[in-house]
Design a protein around this ligand. Structure first.
Ligand code: NDP
Length: 449
């Protein structure tokens, strides 16, 4: 296809979305290059979902080994060797990084291992000064952790660095109370650190159902995690010996060994030159796009976290697929953003799809709520006093399910299948008509009252 341009498609950013878009466009016959300044794989593979989930698995052994004794296993006192887990996880990241590169190469996509900046509607310049032209430019540069601005903030790390720590700190302060904060609170706590989670507001996991969030706070507190709410940073002092003393509003100062910021992520558009192509950004610096991922410049598209729609890997992948099929495959389609399931890999995990009880009441007026509040069988024998909670939110008249919310062991694994039923607009009666699969935790989905 390329004629007056070097490429049909130049993708900036080889994360989940950029890789999918590039390889599908290439499969449709386009001449494609992808520029990546870090490592192919992006946030999810290199410093996000994948290594995080492996740490979650690692952290779970702390409880499993303890519980095993109640199941008759003679488990000697075990200790945890962080460098072993860290290095094995990083080796797996290397494996995936290579696999992603191989995929791109197999599809004939050229990898440009340099930062590029946009210089016009059809052109970019590499850090080395090479000018490259393309009929279409796809911006898939993702987002980066935001660090609040206050004195001493340079002493903290973000989740990017957490995967490379020399050792597990004894005391950790995590700032923020969203996905990353709660997931890492669980990880550090299971590895033996004293964890304090501080947030500027008095809620965790804004957007999730209130009852489910309360349950996580209760269980986390019982596990030894401290919460400090309505706390804003004043300063961090580095003490002799390397400890950090954190001063904050409404609470006493706290001395810890590590501060980790998990205070949201912002699009990577600064210094990208998008203004030279007339690409407009929103107030948060995200690329403004239409339903077909097209920016305010006709030849520039954007997908994934840089567009600030839903910051989830499977969404970026779908956007990349839709973009490539629409622009290069003559098969136009759009991403459906309704009933997107999500999960927080906290200890225990949360999973949800659709409206919370509050949202449903505000939107639909009449709603019916069914719950199951139970202690999983395994927890009972283990002597683990942790209850799971499932909530089903139904439209009052039809009893169509508009939301499902769960906290408990394996909740994300269970919800994925149930989300199909919610997406398919099934009703409470449809769930009730399905025979329970006994004994499981998932059977609670068809036994709710
Ligand atoms: P979140 O948006 O989940 O949470 C941000 C937290 O930081 C909130 O508690 C927020 O407080 C607080 N905060 C925001 N800005 C500031 C500030 N300037 N000063 C102090 N506190 C602040 O962000 P994360 O960083 O945890 O994760 C980023 C995104 O990555 C998520 O939104 C999610 O889309 C994605 N992600 C998904 C995961 C998954 O699917 N399991 C796992 C990890 C990340 P407040 O509540 O007051 O607004």
């Amino acid at each position: 296809m390329a004629d007056q341009y070097d490429y049909d498609l130049l993708t900036i950013g080889a994360g989940s979305g950029g890789v999918r878009a590039s390889r599908v466009a290439a499969a449709h016959g386009a001449k494609v290059a992808v520029a990546e300044e870090h490592r192919v794989g992006g946030t999810c593979v290199i410093r996000g979902c994948v290594p995080k989930k492996l740490l979650i698995y690692g952290a779970h052994f702390a409880e499993d080994l303890k519980d095993a004794r109640r199941f008759g296993w003679n488990v000697p006192d075990c200790d945890f060797d962080w460098p072993t887990l860290r290095d094995n996880v990083l080796a797996d990241v290397d494996r995936l990084n290579t696999a992603y590169e191989t995929t791109l190469t197999n599809y004939g996509v050229e990898i440009i291992r340099e930062r590029v900046t946009v210089t016009g509607p059809h052109s970019v310049r590499t850090a080395g000064g090479r000018e490259i032209t393309a009929r279409v430019i796809l911006v898939a540069v993702g987002a980066h952790p935001v660090i609040p601005d206050f004195p001493g903030n340079e002493h903290g790390i973000t989740s990017n660095e957490a995967f490379h720590l020399e050792s597990i700190p004894k005391r950790v302060l995590i700032a923020g109370a969203g996905y990353i904060a709660n997931e890492f609170a669980g990880i550090f706590n299971e590895f033996g650190a004293k964890v304090t989670l501080m947030n500027r507001s008095d809620v965790i996991l804004r957007g999730y159902d209130a009852q489910i969030r309360d349950r996580l706070v209760n269980i986390s507190t019982a596990k030894g995690i401290d919460f400090r709410f309505n706390a804003t940073f004043q300063r961090i002092d580095r003490e002799e010996g390397g400890h950090l003393t954190v001063h904050m509003t409404n609470h006493d100062p706290i001395t810890v060994d590590l501060v980790m910021f998990a205070t949201g992520r912002a699009p990577n558009t600064r210094g990208l030159g998008l203004e030279s192509a007339g690409v407009e950004l929103d107030a948060n610096g995200a690329v403004k796009v239409d339903a077909d991922n097209r920016s305010t410049c006709d030849s520039v598209y954007a997908i994934g976290d840089v567009t600030n729609r839903i910051q989830l890997t499977p969404i970026a992948i779908r956007e990349g697929q839709a973009f490539a099929d629409t622009v290069f495959g003559n098969k136009p389609h759009r991403v459906d953003y309704t009933f997107v399931p999500s999960a927080v890999f906290s200890h225990p995990p949360i999973a949800a799809v659709g409206m919370t009880e509050g949202e449903a009441k505000n939107t639909l007026g009449q709603v019916k709520v069914y719950t199951s509040d139970f202690r999983p069988m395994k927890n009972v024998l283990a002597g683990r006093n942790e209850r799971a909670l499932y909530k089903m939110i139904c439209d009052g008249d039809s009893e169509r399910i508009v939301g499902l919310h769960m906290i408990g062991p394996d909740a994300p694994e269970i919800l994925q299948a149930a989300a199909i039923a919610v997406k398919a607009k099934l009703t409470k009666a449809d769930f009730d008509a399905t025979v329970a699969l006994h004994p499981t935790m998932a059977e609670e989905l068809v036994l709710m009252r």
